[in-house]
Design a protein around this ligand. Structure first.
Ligand SMILES: Cc1cc2nc3c(=O)[nH]c(=O)nc-3n(C[C@H](O)[C@H](O)[C@H](O)COP(=O)(O)OP(=O)(O)OC[C@H]3O[C@@H](n4cnc5c(N)ncnc54)[C@H](O)[C@@H]3O)c2cc1C
Length: 462
């Protein structure tokens, strides 16, 4: 996307509702191209999904990968995503969004000057190569704040914080011309522009929508954002917008009780196991952490203890989300199995037997109990444990969009003036929990933000 020489002079005005990862990135890309932006966010005390998340952004064939000699391609990205969702998404759209995400990452680390590096400690399940990019602290909070700080400073971005938008405005022809809502003091807000970009995240905090679309998770712990209430998804549906994969979601099996912290998804690949309150393993922990959330929820009290050792602890202790869990007192160190069992109220003999049994599987190179394929090392004292549950991370269904992130009506035609990006738009994880591949969330947020901005910037020049 090229930048205009006099950015503040564009007569075009775009309303971006939601200043999470997707909204900030779209606003910044539009602003750099000279398009005036109203960036609206309900704000409040709660963090966005982007702030909560691990902050690991997938990008294929990026300059960071190239500088480390890691061969990757958009085709490989598409293959990985489509293998996980078992062919449920539109491969051509995944390719377009994946390529756009790479451009968005280059823009973020280049023009925006946000310090990024390739996260190489772990290759998450289903990714062919190291593909996740992160800020220095490897945390979503840092990524979100870096983007917001740049949006706050940009002269052509007019920010409206603490403003909840509840309605989309359309003219007599059906063109979307704005959005309305209210500021936190109750004052009505009405903004009009050439287009509205819905960047409000999914509907993980809307129990009624969950009961309708994802009943299995409606009463589960929710580790996503309380701000994901889905008003404008419903608003767009009221204007005739089509949706896709509304039953899709990312589950999370590493969430501490109460949902405030989680351990990230890396530990099982390093050799961590999970046992239930009977001290027994109950599945192959190295599979997808999204679908394994449902397995955890089937255990007594819906609880598991994630167990790892000193070597594994050293490999994750720098991760932002893990640090937060440790600082919140959710990670317990124990010098022996007996101490570990006592801390979590487990039968010490049952736990000792299970760890011995697992270590024999590692020696044999075969998990004869549950068929996990990654058996990197035996568990050895000192141990670490953390009480976790299966939770809803965020929804994956949403408004159906095309390759410019335009919202499609039921007849497949774009609704004029309406765009959806990030969690508000249908992602490429298919239905249910199985199709979510690590990084789908931010790949989709960054990719769709880039596509919407590119299209709107081109339109602004016409
Ligand atoms: C625990 C967890 C870990 C994750 N880890 C990763 C990871 O490492 N890598 C990855 O790729 N993905 C990850 N994800 C997914 C990722 O967080 C999301 O896909 C992504 O952040 C979505 O970005 P967004 O901009 O669409 O939504 P958000 O970041 O939630 O932004 C939406 C914004 O819209 C605002 N808003 C909402 N409704 C309104 C309204 N009506 N009016 C005004 N403003 C409104 C909110 O205040 C919010 O600021 C994770 C998710 C969770 C829950």
């Amino acid at each position: 996307m090229s930048s205009a020489s006099t950015p503040a002079q564009s007569p075009h005005r775009v309303i971006v509702v939601g200043a999470g990862g997707a909204g900030c990135l779209a606003a910044l890309a539009l602003a750099q191209a000279g398009v005036a932006v109203d960036l609206v966010d309900r704000g409040g005390d709660h963090p966005s999904l982007t702030a909560i998340c691990g902050g690991l952004v997938p990008g294929a064939d990026t300059s960071w990968q190239q500088s480390l000699g890691i061969a990757d391609s958009i085709e490989q990205f598409v293959e990985d995503v489509m293998a996980k969702n078992k062919g449920q998404a539109d491969a051509a759209l995944v390719r377009t969004i994946g390529a756009a995400c790479t451009e968005a990452i280059e823009f973020t680390g280049g023009r925006l000057g946000i310090d990024l590096h390739l996260y190489t400690a772990i290759v998450h399940p289903g990714l062919s190569v190291p593909r996740l990019h992160a800020t220095p602290g490897e945390s979503g909070h840092e990524l979100q704040e870096s983007l917001r700080a740049r949006a706050a400073k940009h002269p052509v971005i007019r920010r409206h914080i603490n403003t909840l938008m509840t309605h989309l405005l359309a003219d007599g022809s059906g063109r979307v011309i704005g959005a309305s809502g209210s500021a936190s003091d109750g004052a009505p807000v009405r903004l009009e522009g050439h287009a509205v970009v819905i960047a409000t995240g999914g509907f993980g905090a809307n129990r009624d929508m969950l009961r309708q679309w994802i009943p299995s998770m409606a009463e589960a712990e929710h580790v996503g954002s309380l701000l994901s209430t889905g008003e404008l998804i419903a608003g767009a549906m009221g204007l005739g917008a089509a949706t896709a994969h509304m039953t899709g979601f990312q589950g999370h099996c590493h969430v501490n009780l109460g949902g405030r912290t989680h351990l990230g998804g890396s530990l099982p690949r390093l050799g961590a196991i999970m046992v239930n309150l009977n001290g027994r393993r109950f599945g192959a922990e190295d599979g997808g952490y999204s679908e394994f959330a449902l397995e955890v929820l089937k255990q007594p009290q819906g609880i598991a203890i994630e167990i790892f050792d000193e070597v594994m602890h050293r490999q994750v202790e720098s991760l932002g989300v893990f640090r937060e869990a440790a600082e919140a007192g959710e990670v317990q160190r124990a010098d022996s199995v007996a101490e570990l069992a006592a801390h979590f109220g487990l039968d010490p003999q049952a736990l000792a037997d299970e760890i011995t049994r697992y270590n024999r599987c590692v020696e044999a190179g075969v998990d004869s109990d549950w068929g996990r394929s990654i058996l990197p090392r035996k568990l050895e004292a000192p141990f670490y444990g953390s009480r976790v549950t299966g939770a809803l991370a965020h929804t994956q269904g949403g408004l159906k969009i095309d390759a410019h992130a335009r919202v499609l009506a039921q007849d497949g035609q774009p609704i004029p003036g309406l765009f959806a990006i990030g969690g508000a738009a249908a992602c490429f994880s298919g239905n249910g929990a199985e199709g979510y591949l690590s990084g789908n969330g931010l790949a989709h947020a960054f990719g769709t933000a880039w596509l919407a901005a590119e299209h709107l910037a081109t339109q602004a020049k016409l």
